[in-house]
Ligand binder design. Structure first.
Ligand SMILES: C[S@@+](CC[C@H](N)C(=O)[O-])C[C@H]1O[C@@H](n2cnc3c(N)ncnc32)[C@H](O)[C@@H]1O
Length: 276
């Protein structure tokens, strides 16, 4: 059972443990990235070479790996969480797609057999968990000349949050207090600057950002379910208060939207980097 702030913070040192508790919810409730952004990554990979290979760092249950694999890209999907990878395998089997799933981290990607000479790397909602400068150095070793790094973010920097954000944050604070946004493990470096600034200071310094607005729509159960996909309100952190949290969240959300349907326009971003 997780009770104290110290225990909750310590859990963050182990991304695998946090994310193992989110894996099932993730595959069920997390909404896809705007198609336009994943299509852009696919297009760049095919423009690089006729038979592109890519790595997906922090692939989780594999939504992006699978989107790429379904469009003719060979993908190595890497994640430290065995549960996330197990969910990814199930998703791939259900869709008849082949991805090379590997347990590992972004910081050690150059050690993965067969990762050398890839057309690019995609990192979707996962870069903030990594030692980003180290990951970019590793990618410099394995991304082929002319290749690229693609950082996909379901929430673009500075974009407004959905209108229900404050309601959720207030309920969450009652259960988990203040928790870090991402890891505190040995490799973890508190992000300084946004992802684009990091890329500009890396071998992939020629950058471009594409923002895509799209409408998201959740039922009440889906909006509560998606909270369990976030590290900061993961079942691992909520412990034996998980059910109580869900009931409280439902009551609070219904109080502000009695229809039980939650819709908002949100902005995602794709941050791209190439070598100058
Ligand atoms: C929010 S999930 C994103 C999953 C997936 N990319 C997506 O877009 O849905 C973040 C993922 O990063 C993984 N992760 C955490 N630290 C990592 C690291 N150092 N290297 C690679 N992946 C990491 C977690 O296990 C988790 O699956």
């Amino acid at each position: 059972m997780v009770t104290t702030q110290t225990e909750r913070t310590a859990l963050y040192a182990d991304a695998g443990r946090i994310f193992q508790s989110t894996a099932d919810h993730y595959a069920r409730y997390r909404l896809p990235y705007p198609l336009f952004l994943t299509d852009t990554v696919v297009g760049l990979a095919h423009r690089h070479t006729a038979a592109p290979r890519m790595v997906d760092l922090g692939c989780g249950p594999g939504p992006v790996s699978l989107a790429l694999a379904s469009r003719g890209v060979d993908v190595i999907g890497v994640d430290p969480s065995g549960e996330m990878l197990a969910t990814a395998r199930k998703q791939a089997a259900a869709r008849g797609l082949l991805v090379d799933w590997r347990q590992g981290t972004g910081e050690t990607i150059a050690d993965q057999h067969g990762a050398g000479g890839v057309s690019g790397a995609v990192i979707a909602d996962a870069f903030h968990w990594m030692n980003r400068p180290r990951v970019l150095q590793q990618l410099d070793q394995i991304v082929a000349p002319g290749g690229f790094v693609a950082v996909l973010c379901s929430h673009a920097t500075g974009a407004p949050r959905p209108w229900w954000h404050d309601v959720i944050a207030t309920v969450r604070a009652r259960y988990v207090g203040r928790v870090p946004a991402a890891g505190i493990g040995q490799d973890y470096v508190v992000p300084q600057g946004d992802h684009q600034a990091l890329l500009k200071n890396s071998p992939f310094a020629r950058t471009s950002v594409i923002r895509a607005e799209h409408t998201v729509r959740y039922t009440l159960d889906e909006l509560v379910g998606v909270q369990f996909t976030y590290a900061y309100s993961s079942p691992a952190l909520l412990g034996d208060r998980t059910e109580e949290f869900a009931e409280d969240m439902k009551r609070s959300l219904l109080a502000v939207e009695p229809s039980g349907v939650f819709e908002a326009d949100v902005t995602a971003a794709l941050i791209l980097g190439w070598r100058p």
